[in-house]
Design a binder for this molecule. Structure first.
Ligand SMILES: [Zn+2]
Length: 291
């Protein structure tokens, strides 16, 4: 069983502005299709049983907008394996109503934020209702953390250090910093080590093996392996290629340094649902409804 804490539902290319789509050519060395297909996700798992946390994204500043209804519809295609998260852009009027609607009506079980893409700081006072709502309803919050290919996104908003202030104020909220906060992994390690409910995912990193090897050496030396969660950032990468990429890191030796292969296996099979307080999706979880 693989728990992928970072998979996207991007239903149409026009969810992204033309300038975002042009900037996205810098995402990976080869082009990434910005439209997700459930079958492509499932086929990319290599036959492993899986549960995926799925979200779209909302960031008016840089031209990203996926309605939460699209995410709910996508998750309904395989409700035994997918858990939907809502997305919120707290710079936009009406975000608090969207938050309540996403949880109460659509049954979405967590929140995805894009601070840099939308141009806000996660510790900003205007987000207090969000962190309180997440705490009250036990909604994990996953933030894009780390750099971007998008020119108009202010990089300072993404720095992992900002989550320190949030976690001090809201220690019960489960928070995931995506992509290990690349290339600010040192800050990510600093905050996930301090705070029991701060985690990081390793999505969309294996294709920079030099960097990821060193990042995971930091994880090793600070002994925060148990805070690292598996993720793909699908459609950017698939489950099978991420598993292969991570295992490849176990082959690297630099002088006397190497990554423990058993810790890499533990990332691949980590029970992120339990760590995040999420029920396994399926008939039993659905019967309970959103309350
Ligand atoms: Zn992503």
């Amino acid at each position: 069983m693989i728990i992928d804490v970072h998979a996207h539902c991007w239903p149409r290319a026009d969810c992204f502005s033309p300038s975002f789509q042009a900037d996205a050519r810098r995402m990976r060395l080869s082009p990434v299709n910005l439209v997700t297909e459930y079958e492509a996700y499932r086929d990319g798992t290599g036959g492993e049983d899986f549960v995926a946390l799925v979200f779209g994204g909302k960031a008016r500043l840089t031209g990203v907008w996926i309605d939460d209804q699209d995410v709910a519809d996508y998750v309904a295609r395989d409700p035994d394996r997918m858990i939907g998260f809502m997305s919120l852009d707290p710079t936009q009027h009406g975000w608090e109503a969207e938050m309540r609607d996403g949880f109460e009506r659509l049954g979405l079980r967590g929140i995805k934020l894009l601070p840099m893409y939308a141009g806000f700081y996660p510790q900003d006072d205007r987000l207090e209702p969000l962190w309180k709502y997440a705490a009250a309803h036990r909604l994990p919050v996953l933030l894009h953390s780390g750099t971007t290919f998008v020119s108009g996104a202010p990089i300072d908003c993404t720095l992992p250090r900002h989550l320190d202030a949030v976690a001090i104020r809201h220690p019960d909220v489960k928070i995931i910093l995506a992509h290990l906060g690349h290339p600010y992994e040192g800050e990510t390690v600093a905050v996930i080590r301090k705070h029991p409910n701060l985690f990081a995912d390793i999505s969309a990193l294996f294709y920079r093996p030099w960097q990821l090897f060193h990042s995971l050496m930091l994880v090793h030396e600070y002994n925060v392996w148990e805070k690292i969660l598996f993720g793909t950032d699908f459609p950017v990468t698939t489950v099978a290629e991420t598993v292969a990429g991570l295992r490849g890191l176990g082959q690297i030796r630099i002088d006397r340094f190497r990554l423990p292969a058993e810790e890499i296996e533990r990332i691949i099979h980590r029970d992120a649902l339990t760590l995040l307080g999420l029920a396994r999706p399926g008939p039993a979880a659905r019967k309970g409804g959103p309350a």
